[in-house]
Design a protein around this ligand. Structure first.
Ligand SMILES: [Zn+2]
Length: 263
């Protein structure tokens, strides 16, 4: 069985010291394709090396709203250079309304500049959107959605937004957040998303799924779980249960969706 992790951050310093072993475990679990996102300027130079070390890793470069306030002058030219040097996608970029309200306008400027660049270079986009779904729809309905497809990473919007977002071309990527039974909203969204626009992800090293007692996992010095791509199997299992389809069928469908979005 082959799996595609539609969103992870392999360059993250929490994973880096464990990466060879983690990628070995991922391969054993069948995770043979991975979309690795560099979300801030200091990530970008680290990404290319990953594709050399691990075939199967694809890249996205972008400036995440958490880091857009501290961007360097010339960041957009730097981003363009990284995108032109590789056949990568753009992401993760977006809106985060859990941040200070004073940053909202600037977040939009940074987001729109990157969508423009993605369209100019004919690249798909990965969005991060937190507590800002209404505004994302309003803004992009006005200024234009990515022309070459887009994924909504760790989808956290409501069921009601699924159809409107499908009409705008969305792929919905679900993370370990939906493995927790109390996440009714996320599980309802999984049920509502048609198979042909569904992706699964780990967001490693963040968003660890519910892990069965005794499951081996990486931990940091404070005992906090460091998520890794092998745990994609937990997301697969939960989504397959919710959709009442065999895991193998879901694996094949999500791999083929990832390929159609990211080639
Ligand atoms: Zn992420």
């Amino acid at each position: 069985m082959n799996l595609f992790d539609a969103h992870c951050h392999l360059q993250d310093a929490r994973l880096a010291p464990h990466l060879d072993d983690a990628m070995e475990r991922a391969a054993q679990a069948g995770v043979t394709g991975l979309m690795c996102c560099g979300s801030r300027e200091q990530d970008w130079p680290l990404l290319q090396d990953l594709t050399r070390r691990f075939p199967g890793v694809q890249l996205s470069f972008g400036l995440h709203p958490w880091y857009s306030g501290s961007r360097n002058e010339g960041w957009l030219d730097t981003l363009k250079t990284f995108l032109e040097d590789t056949s990568s996608a753009v992401g993760e970029i977006g809106l985060d309304h859990a941040l200070d309200k004073a940053t909202f306008a600037d977040q939009e400027t940074v987001l729109l500049a990157q969508i423009h660049l993605a369209n100019e270079l004919h690249r798909p986009v990965t969005f991060h959107c937190r507590q800002a779904w209404g505004r994302l729809l309003e803004l992009l309905d006005e200024t234009g959605w990515p022309a070459h497809g887009f994924a909504l990473h760790s989808y956290s919007g409501s069921v009601d937004l699924v159809q409107p977002l499908i009409r705008r071309g969305a792929f919905f990527s679900f993370s370990g957040a939906i493995t927790f039974e109390q996440n009714r909203k996320g599980r309802d969204a999984v049920a509502a998303v048609p198979l042909d626009c569904l992706l699964i992800e780990t967001d490693a090293p963040d968003l660890p799924p519910f892990l069965p007692p005794g499951a081996g996992c990486l931990r940091d010095l404070n005992g906090k779980v460091i998520n890794e791509p092998t745990h994609l199997t937990e997301v697969l299992k939960t989504v397959a249960q919710i959709k009442s389809i065999p895991e193998l069928e879901l694996a094949k469908t999500t791999v083929s969706n990832a390929h159609s979005l990211w080639q």
